[in-house]
Design a protein around this ligand. Structure first.
Ligand code: E4P
Length: 216
């Protein structure tokens, strides 16, 4: 399973890359807004200098022509830019056109298997089911992920399943058990994956014993 970090913060992206486990980046308009008054295209270019893998840049137009205009501009920023389109009627029309032009599209805001089927049919390179936001309203995000992986496997569809809106390590572990292609997660969640009290305790003991033995 590939690991993407879900942030537009350059320090977090650098730090995640330094762990040696980072395969890509997802951004969205809210994450870009958190970075303040940055120039969008320059900021995406800066991310692409840090990470070689796919970097998702989301369109903010709501009509197909606007999405195509933005998507074509974003695709020119760097070869690893993936255009992110919402799972709307206009978003899927743009997905089909961009895909046919050779631009990869990540279809975002997916909350049902029916929507995931449409995205694959429209030529999406990635489908992003939002697990955490479903959990927030009392639905089961992992169950949706399971269904999408199964449906895509039935047909050998090449659209990669990008589990998104991941909130904690259990989401990541279960997504891996289900065979999701990618998990995108906030930096905090990548960091949490390291934690185990026995690792910390064991390391402290090893170092204490080493020092007690008089070695430096
Ligand atoms: C995915 O690409 C989205 O940016 C993201 O996972 C949304 O997550 P959130 O529900 O934590 O905002």
């Amino acid at each position: 399973m590939k690991f993407f970090v879900d942030t537009a913060n350059l320090n977090e992206i650098r730090e995640a890359a330094s762990f040696g486990v980072l395969d890509g980046v997802t951004t969205n308009p809210s994450l870009i807004a958190k970075e303040g008054d940055v120039d969008f295209k320059q900021h995406i270019a800066a991310i692409c200098e840090i990470v070689q893998g796919p970097v998702s840049a989301e369109v903010t137009s709501t009509d197909v022509e606007g999405m195509l205009r933005e998507g074509r501009e974003y695709a020119r920023i760097a070869p690893n830019v993936v255009v992110k389109c919402p799972l709307t009627r206009e978003g899927l029309k743009a997905t089909r056109r961009l895909n046919d032009e050779g631009t990869k599209v990540n279809v975002t805001l997916c909350f049902s298997s029916a929507q995931a089927i449409l995205a694959a049919k429209a030529g999406a390179s990635f489908i992003s089911p939002f697990l955490g936001r479903l959990d927030d309203i009392g639905e089961n995000g992992l169950s949706l992920l399971h269904d999408i992986v199964e449906i895509y496997d039935n047909y050998g569809w090449e659209t990669e399943v990008l589990a998104a809106s991941m909130r904690h390590p259990i989401h990541i572990i279960e997504a891996a058990r289900m065979g999701a292609d990618i998990a995108t997660m906030p930096f905090k969640v990548i960091d949490q994956l390291f934690n185990h009290p026995l690792t910390e305790k064991g390391q402290a003991q090893f170092l204490a014993d080493w020092q007690k033995s008089g070695r430096k």
